[in-house]
Design a protein around this ligand. Structure first.
Ligand SMILES: *Cc1c(COP(=O)(O)O)cnc(C)c1O
Length: 389
């Protein structure tokens, strides 16, 4: 199909078809997994667009076009992981450059910036950007970009992408949005004004907890050209089988996200009505401080809910040992339901005092609600909550 036709399609159709055409030599409807490192050239320099698979591979090309279409990006590049995508993005900058970053970004992003890139004299400020105007106070003469995640992990705080984009563009800064939690099904950062959208495709986009991957999308040809060069030069590319797995996962993104969202609403109902629960963090609740922004910026409230147990550490431990359908595991966004105790698991590397300052209570539990039957999930959460009292 041509790009013009494609632009008129809904996400549901793009997820299944964008970037993919039946294999011309066999008619295979699924994109083949091109397990090849090199390509025969008709004569030196005369080839079909593929020379070496670090530079380009047809399975990866299909994935890049499909993800770009979903994010309303003109250009897309796939990477070996979300962290590989973030690290390659950092190569856009130079030592001495300063980046303003949200203060509760993914732990691996914080580690990459703070412990790896600062050694190359990149400078970072990690600040609460819930109030977009705060950015103005943090801008220095060497500031080049603002990096945000929305909603954040695990407290599901939101950033106003449109407002931040306006401030950034006023000051000549790039706005980079990690859209892993929301996915393009719920939120389109480039449409809201961001310059670059970045993903860990390991989560909802792949959706089946069977592959690690990353993605970057943009509408700016200058940024794309440089990133395309860096993707090849740095070499953090996904293999063809990994590319295929993400591409296959994407085909059900819309169906899975719809179910993730409705199942999560059902779980939120159990949590908000149970005496063992002290507080529930969920952008779909009218009590969420940014509920209005959520309704404006997102098409739904997502598949993650976080809550605090009154019984703190002991209750959290009991809950995690009692839960049966939910698995005690890190990560999120797969078809199966997962429960995470951030203080002990995903956020254990953050010192206790800093955890407390960020609001990561010892009784905090994060649920990645899967697409199992809602009654089974509700029953499971209820019995595990009962066990904590
Ligand atoms: C998992 C995650 C990442 C890192 O991605 P990997 O694929 O694990 O390297 C980045 N951002 C967010 C929001 C994530 O959840």
């Amino acid at each position: 199909m041509n790009k013009k036709e494609q632009n008129q399609w809904h996400l549901d159709t793009l997820a299944i078809h964008a970037g993919q055409t039946p294999d011309p030599s066999t008619g295979a409807i699924m994109t083949p997994v091109y397990l090849t490192s090199t390509y025969v050239q008709e004569s030196p320099g005369v080839h079909k667009g593929y020379e070496y698979s670090r530079t380009a591979n047809p399975t990866r090309t299909a994935l890049e076009h499909c993800l770009a279409a979903l994010e309303h990006a003109e250009y897309g590049l796939a990477f070996a992981s979300g962290c590989a995508a973030a690290s390659t993005l950092m190569h856009l900058f130079e030592s001495g450059d300063h980046i303003i970053c949200g203060d509760d970004v993914y732990g691996g992003t914080y580690r990459l910036f703070q412990n790896v890139w600062t050694r190359h004299r990149m400078e970072y400020d990690f600040i609460d950007l819930a109030n977009p105007a705060i950015v103005n106070n943090a801008i220095r003469s060497n500031t080049k970009a603002v990096w945000i995640e929305t909603p954040t992990n695990p407290l599901l705080r939101l950033m106003d992408i449109g407002e931040l984009a306006r401030i950034c563009h006023d000051k000549g800064l790039l706005l980079i949005v990690d859209n892993t939690f929301a996915t393009p099904y719920l939120q389109l950062p480039l449409e809201l004004g961001a310059d670059i959208v970045v993903h860990s495709t390991t989560k909802y986009l792949g959706g089946h907890s069977d592959v690690v991957g990353g993605f970057v999308g943009t509408n700016r040809i200058d940024i794309f050209d440089r990133l395309k060069y860096l993707q090849n030069a740095v070499g953090a590319v996904p293999g063809p089988l990994d590319s295929f797995l993400v591409l296959r996962g994407l085909k059900t993104l819309h169906v899975r996200m719809e179910r993730h969202c409705t199942n999560t609403l059902a779980i939120v109902d159990v949590l908000t009505n149970h005496e063992a629960v002290e507080k529930v963090y969920f952008p779909g609740l009218s009590s969420h401080p940014q509920h209005r922004l959520a309704t404006k910026q997102m098409a739904g409230f997502g598949g993650i809910v976080t809550f605090v147990l009154r019984g703190k550490m002991a209750a959290a431990d009991q809950f995690m040992r009692s839960i049966k359908v939910f698995a005690c595991a890190e990560s999120l966004g797969g078809v199966e339901s997962l429960a995470d105790h951030p203080a002990i698991m995903t956020h254990a590397a953050i010192p206790a005092s800093k955890r407390a300052a960020l609001g990561i209570d010892d009784g905090l539990i994060r649920l990645s609600v899967g697409i199992e039957h809602p009654d089974d999930l509700k029953q499971d959460v209820k019995q595990a909550l009962d066990a904590t009292i």
